[in-house]
Ligand binder design. Structure first.
Ligand code: F6P
Length: 325
């Protein structure tokens, strides 16, 4: 195996609070172990276009508390092509980069897996996404902060819901995963969550209404996972039509969910994963995502991490149903 002297680091896909804490941890752990570190800007796009500069420990000072990513990020179309990846590889060689640490979600780790296979480049992934949809890790960087942000928004929306006796459908992000909707519903004391993973076949709106919530409560809050065809607007329209006696409103939280200073949980997670990434490189690991499972740092092969079947625990679905009576 070729000796690794220089590690390139990039953030890719949607930004997530805690990415900066991860950049800091990878950079400092690498420098502490005698590696050279190269910061790659705008995700894979910066590798393709050679937007790369050497990082010292000072480059990552005063960033642990900042949201977004100082390295910037992108969803690179060019890197999805063979020509793009060839350019990226050539730039790696030109800059003397021997291994890559990629901080990102499903798409970004899929890119790392393809690149690592094509060019025999050691790649280590860190789960960086608010969606929490990567397998093999209990949580992803950004998820906890976003849950807290949603919870605070719902606490505020509740003031209007209660005062006007309304049903609010609050749409949250998550791409194809319902972790944000389900757990923010529990944290905010909402009446229901409508999530893609609920595959009971039942109409989730009917079961919410059918639980008789409106009989005992004068207002309700329902968290809805984003969806192109059946997001919050879809359910609000249905209620207006099917239950015209209810006063319905919609709040789509949008990108405010992705911003802000990371929570302590995300900073600690990102720091542990960053240190774990350098340890993994030292141990000769490649093509694995670093995760934390049952409070232990684990190495998860990319192919397992990116399988899009991470389950939302039935226990959480049952808990919300019980707690919202
Ligand atoms: O993957 C993170 C995420 O915020 C998803 O929850 C959401 O579907 C998507 O990114 C939004 O992407 P963009 O910022 O490109 O609109």
């Amino acid at each position: 195996m070729r000796k690794i002297n220089c590690i390139g680091i990039l953030t890719s896909g949607g930004d997530a609070p805690g990415m900066n804490a991860a950049i800091r941890a990878v950079t400092r752990a690498a420098i502490a172990d005698g590696f050279k570190v190269m910061g790659i800007y705008k995700g894979y796009e910066g590798l393709v276009n050679n937007e790369i500069k050497e990082f010292s420990t000072e480059n990552v000072s005063n960033i642990i508390q900042r949201g977004g990513t100082i390295l910037k990020t992108a969803r690179s179309k060019e890197f999805m092509t063979e020509e793009g990846r060839k350019k990226a590889y050539d730039n790696m060689i030109k800059n003397g980069i021997d291994a890559l640490v990629v901080i990102g979600g499903n798409g970004s780790l899929t890119g790392a897996r393809i690149f690592a296979e094509e060019y025999d480049v050691p790649c280590i992934g860190l789960p960086g996404t608010i969606d929490n949809d990567l397998n093999g890790t209990d949580s992803t960087i950004g998820y906890d902060t976003t849950l807290n942000t949603i919870m605070e928004c719902v606490d505020k929306i509740r003031d209007t819901a209660t005062s006007h006796e309304r049903i609010f459908f609050v749409e949250v992000m998550g791409r194809d995963a319902g972790f944000l909707a389900q757990n923010s519903a529990i944290a905010a004391g909402a009446e229901a969550a409508i999530i893609p993973e609920d595959s009971t076949g039942a109409d989730q709106l009917e079961s919410f209404i059918g639980r008789g919530i409106r009989k005992s409560k004068s207002s309700s809050i329902v968290l809805v996972s984003e969806s192109p065809s059946c997001g919050a607007m879809y359910y609000a329209e249905r209620v207006k039509k099917e239950y015209p006696e209810y006063d319905v409103r919609v709040s789509i939280l949008g990108h405010l969910q992705r911003g802000g200073s990371p929570s302590a949980g995300d900073r600690i997670l990102a720091s542990r994963l960053g240190v774990g990434a350098i340890r993994a490189i030292q141990e000769g690991q490649r093509n694995v995502m670093i995760g934390i499972k049952n409070d232990e740092v684990v190495y998860v092969p990319f192919s397992n991490a990116i399988k899009s079947d991470k389950p939302v625990k039935k226990e959480l679905i049952d808990a919300l149903a019980v707690l919202s009576i």
